[in-house]
Design a protein around this ligand. Structure first.
Ligand SMILES: [Zn+2]
Length: 161
């Protein structure tokens, strides 16, 4: 999805030529309720062809798959008997029960909510995404790093604010 009429808003290499008001109008038209329903928002700048064709040594699909399978198993065990089997399916009560934040975490999230003007829905999503990031690391508690990463995934809300 383009983030502005010219398509370069947020691109580190090319300058967006739109006026701030134009960007805001554009995002507001596509966004609000729509972006709110998307769990994870990440800005992905255009990748230069050279980098696409280079041999990059990212994590192998096999090792990523193993981590995902383990995280799903962890979630299924935690949610056993609740009627759902993964974090994304948790309603408000389950989210409250299984996504506890430390006091420091709560205050970080509160500040982010205020600064980014996040909705109640985004608040719940951030809890669940942070829970999932912790699960991927094999951690039973949600740490500050998990929480800040989850907040970062609401990057488009931030552009609008
Ligand atoms: Zn632009």
């Amino acid at each position: 999805m383009k983030l502005c009429p010219c398509g370069y808003y947020g691109d580190p290499k090319r300058q967006c030529t739109c006026a701030p008001q134009q960007v805001r109008n554009y995002l507001n038209r596509v966004s609000g309720p729509l972006l709110d329903r998307i769990d994870i928002q990440v800005q992905v700048p255009a990748v230069p062809f050279k980098e696409l064709s280079a041999d990059t040594a990212g994590p192998s699909s096999v090792s990523v798959r193993e981590k995902v399978v383990e995280a799903r198993e962890r979630q299924a065990r935690r949610l056993e008997g609740s009627g759902v089997f993964c974090n994304a399916q948790m309603g408000t009560a389950l989210t409250r029960q299984h996504c506890r934040l430390s006091n420091a975490g709560l205050s970080l999230l509160e500040k982010a909510m205020e600064r980014l003007g996040l909705s109640a829905r985004a608040y719940g999503r951030i809890h669940k995404i942070a829970r999932t990031i912790a699960d991927l690391e094999g951690s039973e508690t949600i740490g500050m790093s998990h929480l800040s990463e989850a907040i970062g995934y609401r990057s488009l809300d931030r552009s609008i604010a």
